[in-house]
Design a protein around this ligand. Structure first.
Ligand code: DC
Length: 207
C-alpha cells in the first residue's frame, strides 16, 4: 500500500505517455495510462454492439467490467491492446469518456490501483491533477504546439486528434484543464530525456 502519486495531464500528443512511463521507470514506481482504460471500455462497448452514446448501457459496462491495465490491456478476458488505437475506437472514445457514469467507475479503479502499489505511481490522463488525485505530491501539465502534437500522433488524421481534444476540453464531466498547482512543461522543442530528467528532479526534491 502506498499513496504517493505523480499526476500528469495534457492533451493528445503532448508526450504524457512516454514521459510518464519513463519517469516511473527512473523512480522504480508503477505507471498507469488512464486513457487506455477509457479506450478499453470503448472496445468492449463496440464489441457488444452498443451505441457509444447510450449513456446508461455504456456506464453499466464500465461499472461491471473486469479490467486489467499493464503491459497488456485486458477487458472481460479479452486482450484488447492491439485494438486501442483503431479508428473506430478513436471516433467513439470521446463519447465514452464524457459519460459521468463511466468516469466515476474509472476514477474509483484508478485510485484503487495507486493504493495497491508497493511504491508510488505515475498516473497520466486528462483529469488526474484536477479530479482523480487533487492532492498528488507532484502535478505536471504537459503541452506542445498543435503542429508538433499532430506530428507525434503519426498515422492518426490531425482532424481526428483535434476533434478529440476539443471534446476533452469542452465536456461537462471533468474537462481537460490546467490545474493551478501543476508545473507546466512545453515539450515542443525538448527531448524526452530532458523532460523526464526535469520531472524526476522535481520528484526527488519533494521526497
Ligand atoms: O490519452 P488517450 O488519447 O489515450 O485518451 C483517450 C481518450 O480518453 C481521450 O479522448 C481522452 C480520454 N481520457 C479522459 O477523458 N480522461 C483520462 N483520464 C484519460 C483519457
Amino acid at each position: 500500500m502506498n499513496d504517493r502519486v505523480i499526476a500528469i495531464d495534457g492533451p493528445a500528443g503532448s508526450g504524457k505517455s512516454t514521459v510518464a512511463r519513463r519517469v516511473a521507470e527512473a523512480l522504480g514506481w508503477s505507471y498507469l495510462d488512464t486513457g487506455a482504460m477509457y479506450r478499453a471500455v470503448t472496445v468492449r462497448v463496440l464489441a457488444l454492439g452498443l451505441d457509444a452514446g447510450d449513456a446508461a448501457s455504456v456506464a453499466r459496462v464500465a461499472a461491471s467490467c473486469v479490467l486489467g491495465v499493464g503491459e497488456r490491456v485486458v477487458i472481460d478476458g479479452e486482450d484488447v491492446t492491439d485494438r486501442l488505437r483503431d479508428d473506430d475506437v478513436n471516433r467513439a472514445v470521446s463519447a465514452v469518456a464524457a459519460n459521468p457514469g463511466v468516469r466515476s467507475a474509472m476514477v474509483e479503479r484508478q485510485r484503487a490501483f495507486a493504493r495497491h502499489q508497493d511504491h508510488g505511481t505515475v498516473v497520466e490522463g486528462r483529469d488526474i491533477t484536477t479530479v482523480v488525485f487533487p492532492r498528488a505530491e507532484l502535478k505536471v501539465y504537459l503541452t506542445a504546439s498543435d503542429e508538433e502534437r499532430a506530428r507525434r500522433r503519426g498515422d492518426e488524421d490531425p482532424s481526428s486528434v483535434a476533434r478529440r481534444d476539443a471534446a476533452d476540453r469542452g465536456r461537462t464531466a471533468s474537462p481537460l484543464r490546467q490545474d493551478a498547482d501543476a508545473r507546466v512543461i512545453d515539450t515542443t522543442d525538448r527531448t524526452v530525456e530532458d523532460v523526464v530528467e526535469e520531472v524526476v528532479t522535481w520528484a526527488k526534491t519533494l521526497s
